[in-house]
Design a protein around this ligand. Structure first.
Ligand code: NAP
Length: 512
């Protein structure tokens, strides 16, 4: 397989990532070892835990301990929030083009250090090196895009409904922003939030996933080198609960932006409710992938492979339910099975690897349980189906046919390399089945019939619909879902608006 081509993996204009040479080895192999920081970054200073408490960070491919980060708590989180609040007035009062210069410098440093950042990501996250490089480019693209967008925040001057008044509607930065991010995209989920907030004039406190703090800390190192003022970008490491609780409950935090599971998102909304802050929630997905009978079969197989197995299946956009028209289902399955069986499993540093380790033992268990449950309820196993001999966190790429809504795999996110296929007879049937989900992040649709595309793309209850393509994400578009997939949008002009408040100014003047 040449590449798992997915929107998140390629910034526009970037050459195919699979041509890049992977750098093998541990942290010692970084061209710039100072990018591996084992401290938190708060108020412009590198900080250890006062007690010396630390959390180990492991390589999921080998179980080897890569290093440690401070296990900080509510007190240090408050310090970061206070520093952000102190930085707010100065940062917000800069001219947009001045904020843009900092962001541009940060972008350029991320781009210059993309190989090291990708190496760090493979070490702590496990994804194939080519995918990691793609994520760095994707992450950098948000910083670049929002550097440009900073100066395009505009207000409105409505026609006055009162005599002798000038009415302005201004967009002002909301204040201190907290960002809580997951491990599956350890850089891009940070820059997609932070670049937009910084461009709007808001300082940011990031709490990265405890599995992947080194990517976040490397971004902090580069932000510091780019000259971002103290307090504008802090990274607080430590166990999730005390830090996230402080970020949610502290009234000085005026916007909370979270990417992760629906369950934790709902808890954060509840914890933050008394402080009435702005919420952006990028939560779980359960994407349907719909293939009608008029598609090119080879193209469809490659698309399904990319949409399902990106990030080893640990992706909120992963095609979790693959619906194939009954006229082409068996030939599709035969070709898809051959491609799934050929996927190369291993460490993200090995040449040609397409499926890396999963992040947790419970993720591997969930894959095994979903397979077992589906087989017990009548599914057919066409590839894989078991743990992989490579190590405890590896699962063999798997294909199940004849799946249905009684199976757990059709009801929940699998978050692993297990593809579930079902057949359908007609448009109304597949539409009803695709929409029968509490999630509404993304849907994929393949057909050559323009009328059907128009009908289906309108009727699919999802925040994003990809038609005859898999690659759809990028800095300019509003990424986000509906229903239990979240609130708000990230990316594009809408992404910066999440970090602004509207202020209405009504000024009277004396008539001549
Ligand atoms: P998760 O368990 O919800 O974790 C996300 C973040 O929340 C991590 O930083 C995690 O820290 C933290 N967290 C865990 N327990 C917490 C608690 N009790 N209070 C506050 N914070 C807590 O999700 P995940 O397993 O990392 O990520 C997978 C989920 O994210 C999937 O559902 C996926 O669909 C979704 N996702 C959505 C998008 C999107 O844009 N819509 C993008 C990527 C992923 P620790 O890691 O330290 O536990």
């Amino acid at each position: 397989m040449t590449s798992l081509d997915h929107g998140a993996l390629r910034a526009p204009g970037v050459s195919p990532v699979e041509r890049e040479e992977p750098r093998s080895g541990g942290p010692a192999r970084l061209a710039d070892p100072r990018l591996l920081r084992q401290f938190a970054f708060i108020a412009g200073r590198w900080r250890a835990a006062p007690t010396g408490a630390a959390l180990a960070v492991e390589d999921p491919a080998t179980g080897e301990i890569l290093g440690h980060v401070p296990d900080l708590g509510a007190r240090e989180t408050r310090e970061a929030i206070n520093a952000a609040e102190e930085a707010f007035a100065g940062w917000a009062s800069l001219l947009p083009q001045e904020r843009a210069r900092f962001l541009r410098a940060w972008h350029d440093l991320i781009a210059e250090n993309r190989a090291d950042l990708a190496t760090l990501m493979v070490l702590e996250q496990g994804k194939p090196y080519a995918e990691a490089l793609g994520e760095i480019d994707y992450a950098a693209s948000f910083v670049e895009w929002y550097a440009e967008e900073a100066r395009r925040l505009v207000g409105e001057m409505p026609a006055s409904h009162l005599p002798n008044r000038v009415m302005q509607v201004r967009r002002e930065p909301v204040g201190v922003v907290a960002a809580i991010t997951p491990w599956n995209f350890p850089c891009a989920m940070i820059t997609r939030k932070a670049a937009a907030a910084l461009a709007a004039g808001c300082p940011v406190v990031v709490r990265p996933a405890s599995e992947t703090p080194f990517s976040a800390l490397a971004l902090a190192e580069l932000a510091s080198r780019a000259g971002l003022p103290a307090g504008t970008f802090s990274v607080v490491t430590g166990r999730a609960e005390p830090i996230a609780r402080e970020l949610a409950e502290n009234p000085k935090v005026r916007a909370l932006s979270f990417t992760g599971s629906t369950e934790i998102g709902a808890r954060l909304i509840a914890a933050a409710a008394p402080t009435i802050k702005r919420m952006s929630m990028e939560l779980g997905g359960h994407a349907p992938f719909i293939l009608f009978g008029d598609v090119d079969l080879d193209e469809a197989v490659e698309a399904a492979l990319a949409a399902k197995f990106q990030t080893s299946g640990q992706d909120c956009l992963a095609a979790n339910r693959i619906f194939v028209h009954e006229d082409i289902c068996e030939p599709f399955l035969a070709r898809f099975a051959a491609r799934v069986k050929a996927l190369k499993v291993g460490s993200g540093f090995e040449e040609g690897v397409e499926i890396g380790p999963l992040m947790h033992a419970h993720a591997v268990d969930k894959c095994a349980e979903h397979v077992k449950d589906a087989l017990a309820r009548g599914a057919r196993l066409l590839a894989g189906g078991e743990r992989h001999r490579r190590g405890p966190l590896f699962f063999t790429p798997t294909l199940l046919a004849d799946c249905d809504e009684q199976m757990a795999i059709f009801a929940e996110e699998t978050f692993g390399p297990v593809a579930a296929v079902t057949s359908f007879a007609c448009e109304s049937e597949v539409l009803a089945r695709a929409n029968a989900s509490e999630y509404g992040l993304a849907a994929y649709l393949y057909s050559r019939d323009h009328d059907r595309i128009a009908r289906m793309s309108r009727a699919l209850a999802y925040g994003m619909v990809a038609v005859n393509c898999v690659t759809m994400t990028g800095a300019p578009i509003p990424f986000g879902g509906i229903k239990r997939s979240g609130l708000g949008r990230e990316g594009g002009p809408h992404g910066i608006e999440e970090f602004t408040e509207l202020k209405y100014v009504c000024a009277a003047f004396k008539a001549a």
